[in-house]
Design a protein around this ligand. Structure first.
Ligand SMILES: [Zn+2]
Length: 354
């Protein structure tokens, strides 16, 4: 048994482009992370790990496999009648309870993209995403409290019960019919909601302005909406918050995919380092050569899809991402199933194999 550590300080000096296009670690992008740890090159991220370096013995005892696959779940409407794209509050509550009991712990999309997976040792990450900003995702009651039957209310209750964090990624729309799907409805509360989500630890990303089909749109219209949605959300949220992730409407990609990663429209430039797509499988680990940051597959948060995905990783434990508890170190068994791909050689952080 042996451990080796590579590139521990390469990231510190190079500024580290890992996690997406150059600029992913710009001061703007780093400024709003919860504790600075999403900036892989910052000293604080190295300091946030345990004071003693992870050893192969520890990683083995934990059963850590940070080359394993990551579950990503996609929700749309949260409302009283279960339907194809609607989850009831009761079922959503059960989904969260099931994820918790199966050893999952939430992360945000930006953390998956950057490899900043900061969850307890032995737990598996789950990225929960919400598209289309319907009121049932986040409703504020007349007395100012969060509706306990809205998704945010259910998530916040899960946090209070323990073993869960205020993390999930919301991809709201800005100009759409029905109007109640613009920024979670409740027009007078829109900015407050966006700011609350960020303050509590959730993420807000773009879903374009109008739910644009990027495959059918002209390049001009696509770049316009990619730039405007990012700039508008950043303005509304304020405080230097950077929108860095994009949920692809309809899962339809433009012919020229580089349009998504970065571009410019009439003087407003934009950058996205993660694209959330549709899918039926978990995502590859961000540390794997198989990871495709602009094509992160999401399983539907409904029956039978979510249950099947959870069951799949339960029956194939060697494929499942299990954290070593140290977000700065990548731990994995020396022998890995071919399906998990190869360890990336540009990680710029300590690696522990056992
Ligand atoms: Zn959508």
């Amino acid at each position: 048994m042996f451990a080796f550590v590579i590139g521990a300080f390469v990231g510190l000096v190079s500024g580290l482009a890992f996690g997406g296009p150059p600029g992913a670690a710009t001061p703007k992008a780093a400024a709003q992370s919860e504790d600075g740890s999403s900036d892989l090159s910052s000293e604080s991220s190295l300091a946030s790990g345990s004071s003693e370096p992870m050893t192969a013995e520890q990683a083995k005892a934990i059963g850590a496999n940070e080359m394993g696959q990551v579950l990503v779940v996609m929700y749309h409407l949260i409302d009283s009648e279960e339907a194809d794209w609607t989850r009831t509050p009761e079922h959503f509550r059960e989904d969260i309870a099931l994820l918790k009991s199966e050893g999952y712990y939430p992360i945000n999309a930006r953390d998956l993209a950057s490899g900043n997976i900061d969850i307890p040792a032995g737990e598996s990450p789950v990225l929960i995403t919400f598209d289309d900003s319907s009121p049932g995702q986040y409703r504020i009651l007349d007395d100012g409290s969060v509706d306990p039957d809205s998704a945010v209310g259910i998530l916040q209750a899960a946090v209070e019960e323990g073993d869960w964090a205020s993390r999930a990624s919301f991809f709201p729309l800005l100009d759409v019919v029905p109007k109640e799907r613009e920024l979670f409805g409740q027009p007078e509360r829109q900015q407050e909601k966006l700011r609350n989500l960020i303050e509590w630890g959730y993420e807000v990303g773009s879903h374009t302005v109008t739910h644009l089909n990027l495959k059918e749109a002209s390049t001009g219209e696509a770049t316009k909406q990619l730039a405007e949605s990012q700039a508008t959300l950043e303005d509304l949220i304020g405080g230097g918050y950077a929108v860095t992730t994009l949920s692809i409407p309809f899962g339809e990609y433009p012919e020229e995919e580089s349009l998504i990663a970065s571009g410019e429209y009439e003087g407003t430039s934009y950058e996205y380092n993660a694209g959330l797509a549709l899918g039926t499988t978990p995502s590859a680990s961000p540390f794997s050569s198989a990871f495709r940051p602009l094509h992160i597959p999401r399983v539907r948060g409904s029956d039978p899809y979510l249950g099947e995905a959870i069951q799949y990783l339960k029956e194939n434990p060697e494929l499942r991402y299990v954290s070593d508890g140290d977000p700065t170190t990548v731990s994995a068994p020396a022998e890995l199933p071919a399906k998990l791909g190869k360890l990336r050689d540009d990680l710029g952080r300590p690696v522990v194999r056992y």
